[in-house]
Design a protein around this ligand. Structure first.
Ligand code: SF4
Length: 432
């Protein structure tokens, strides 16, 4: 029993349009909202009664929450249509409808499984590979079949040795699927960064992976594709990591297949609850997550995690902000600065940041263009300390000049990493 809040927008594009009414009984797996243009179908994650429909969501009072059964999607002639019926979107955070990617035809191309799980602290993607590598490999094979791509890659950080071993066993008889091991730096999981690592080619920010004859799909998305093809299961459950200042301790808690619409607060309770005073509840990962509202945050098709942090440090003086395209945007940095009670006196962008159709993009994600000018500019404009959102390589560059300029540095992930005793984003060690 309990209330499940199913957002009508869990994807790129306009919100879906409900096809059920208030008071109606619905069943787990039933389609309850249809896409309005670009988008993906939304299904009930629990059986129960629709108690409220608003512009933003459908609220279902669950009646049989332990029920794992579901209404299967209809049989389809193509894998792309199966993905459409199942409402699959990119589970890594972008929420791009998967059926559109699967309509690509790349008879001399590649499907790349993004199993990088780039954000520290989040562990559910790697845990799934360790537990069921076949699910991801079969999902990759279905995506290759749909797009006619003869070759598949699985991109994964080399530090995930157990997961890599599981994958190697799974693909030992498959000559057309290869594993590409990557370093443990941020944002090596960005899709253009992966393409650069595999093909030694930088796509421009306007170019899509298709320019490299590639379709890139998150590992969890591929697992959902395998479930849709084999079990006719729609996307009604989500894997998620819950971590931080919790009574269960500092280790990440992994929840497999949580019904979409489950409140984040209830997952935190399952981890023993919040351990005393806290700062933020970050929804997503340390780099790209945003502060969420404990009373309203719910699991969606694209939720990566929930991290309860220690209180933020206070600095009542003049602060400069350095914005990154792949980490925190200006609004997120301003929000953190506000919680630090700092006075923002200057803001500048990493010079690799370009605006494409209203979104910040990086020219070469993770490859630093030099940060000395940016740090000097913030100092010249009166900043006595700086709050940065940079990638690993650029943070390394900031740290090679800011101490000499006598500018103390905060990274926007500091309070998150300090919570779980994770190494702070600062100078890169030689092994990195
Ligand atoms: S190069 Fe600049 S914009 Fe690109 S990821 Fe690094 S800090 Fe961000």
């Amino acid at each position: 029993m309990g209330l499940y809040v199913i957002p009508l927008r869990q994807h790129i594009g306009a919100p879906c349009v409900p096809n059920v009414s208030e008071g109606e009984k619905v069943f787990r797996g039933q389609c309850i909202a249809e896409p309005n243009g670009l988008g993906a179908k939304i299904h009930a994650s629990v059986s129960g009664r629709v108690v409220k429909i608003t512009e933003g969501d459908i609220k279902i009072e669950g009646e049989f929450t332990e029920d794992e059964d579901y209404i299967k999607i209809k049989k389809c002639d193509s894998i792309a249509d199966t993905a459409f019926e199942a409402g699959i979107v990119g589970a890594g955070g972008a929420g791009f409808p998967t059926h559109i990617k699967l309509k690509s035809e790349i008879p001399d191309g590649f499907v790349i499984a993004n199993c990088v799980e780039c954000e520290p602290i989040l562990n559910h993607n790697i845990a799934l590979i360790e537990e069921d590598p076949g699910l991801i490999v079969r999902g990759l094979q279905y995506a290759m079949e749909a797009t006619k791509a003869p070759t598949g890659y699985i991109a994964i950080k080399s530090k995930n040795k157990k997961a890599i071993e599981s994958l190697k066993k799974e693909i030992e008889d498959l000559k057309n699927i290869h594993i590409k091991e990557l370093g443990d730096i941020y944002p090596v999981g960005e899709e253009r960064a992966i393409i650069h690592e595999i093909f030694n080619l930088w796509l421009t920010p306007e170019q899509l992976p298709m320019e490299a004859k590639s379709v890139v799909m998150n590992g969890e998305t591929l697992a959902n594709l395998a479930r849709a093809v084999e079990d006719r299961k729609p996307v009604i459950d989500k894997d998620i990591t819950v971590a931080g200042k919790l009574k269960s301790g500092k280790d990440s808690n992994i929840f497999f297949q949580v019904p979409i619409g489950t409140s984040i607060a209830s997952l935190i309770e399952q981890c023993g609850g919040i351990d005393g005073e806290f700062g933020e509840i970050v929804i997503g990962g340390p780099y790209t997550g945003k502060a969420g509202d404990i009373d309203n945050a719910v699991v969606t098709k694209i939720s990566g995690g929930a991290i309860v942090t220690i209180p933020l440090p206070e600095f009542g003086g003049p602060l400069g902000l350095l914005v990154c395209a792949c980490g925190a945007d200006e609004n997120r940095l301003k929000s953190i600065a506000g919680k630090m009670k700092a006075e923002v006196v200057a803001t500048t962008n990493c010079k690799n940041l370009v605006e494409i159709r209203g979104a910040n993009k990086c020219l070469t994600p993770g490859e630093c263009p030099g940060q000395v000018q940016a740090v000097m500019e913030l100092k010249r404009k009166g900043a006595e300390r700086i709050l940065i959102a940079n990638c690993s390589d650029c943070t390394n560059t900031v740290m090679s000049c800011a101490p000499d300029l006598k500018i103390p540095v905060y990274h926007h992930t500091d309070h998150i990493f300090r919570t779980v005793d994770h190494e702070l984003s600062r100078r890169l060690s030689l092994e990195d």
